[in-house]
Design a protein around this ligand. Structure first.
Ligand code: ATP
Ligand code: MG
Length: 227
């Protein structure tokens, strides 16, 4: 990967990955001419509260299916391979060790997630490790962020203004029309037997149905009668 390549990172539990994730990543890729976007399911070790419903194997499989055929997109098992819970700061530092500079890395997050940045591990240092693209999400406009995070307002700039990067990594606000969908809503639809057509990529929908993921009474880890 050359020194000038721009790499987008879209992380999350991705339980499951859906069109909101895909559209946020596509809009980021277009707006910032990203050469590559890596979709990175996060690791949640077994003893942690708030366990994902689908196993990390299924979450990675669905991420792979979602990017299949999308030019410039890859699914990355980087966080699943690392020990412990996934923290963005650690992920970004691993990318640095692998030769990427902060100015090349574009960490993509939704406005709802970024609004909680002060609670992230190693805040505020984490902001020095990459450029951040914050994408609007229905109910979470990026225009609300400077007021919500006044101490960071000076570092925020609207996407489309100067993409050229000053000495310090920036927080780019990207107002993009992403669909009003969440993994929580998708899991609830599936639990109650409703279709998710159009809410997730078609290949992901087939995978979910084929493996009975998120259906009521069939936890993914009991498919073979264990536990
Ligand atoms: P859950 O309901 O389980 O929290 P989610 O839909 O929020 O799921 P996450 O895996 O939590 O999905 O999100 C990963 C990242 O993708 C976060 O930064 C989140 O803000 C962003 N994101 C998710 N959905 C959208 C969307 N529709 N538009 C823009 N960003 C989104
Ligand atoms: Mg979420």
């Amino acid at each position: 990967m050359s020194r000038s390549a721009r790499v987008g990172i879209l992380g999350g539990t991705l339980d499951p990955i859906h069109q909101g994730h895909v559209e946020a990543a596509l809009a980021s890729r277009r707006a910032f001419a990203l050469d590559e976007v890596r979709v990175v399911p996060s690791r949640v070790p077994p003893h942690r509260p708030a366990q994902p419903v689908a196993s990390q194997y299924h979450r990675f499989a669905m991420a792979s299916l979602a990017v299949n055929g999308l030019a410039g997109f890859v699914a990355s098992d980087d966080e699943l391979q690392a020990p412990g819970p996934s923290y963005t700061a650690d992920t970004l530092e691993r990318l640095h060790r692998n030769g990427l500079e902060a100015s090349q890395i574009y960490f993509i997050s939704g406005a709802d997630a970024f609004a909680e940045i002060a609670t992230w591990r190693r805040y505020p240092e984490v902001l020095e490790l990459a450029q951040f693209i914050v994408v609007s999400r229905p109910g979470h406009p990026v225009t609300a962020l400077p007021e919500r995070l006044p101490h960071l307002a000076a570092r925020m700039r609207r996407a489309g203004s100067a993409i050229a990067v000053p000495d310090q990594p920036s927080i780019f606000l990207l107002d993009a029309p992403t669909p009003d969908v969440s993994s929580t809503a998708i899991r609830e639809r599936l639990r109650t037997g409703r279709p998710v057509t159009g809410l997730v990529p078609a290949a992901v929908e087939r995978h979910i149905i084929q493996h009975g993921l998120y259906a009521a009474g069939v936890p993914a880890d009991q498919l073979h009668g264990q536990n």
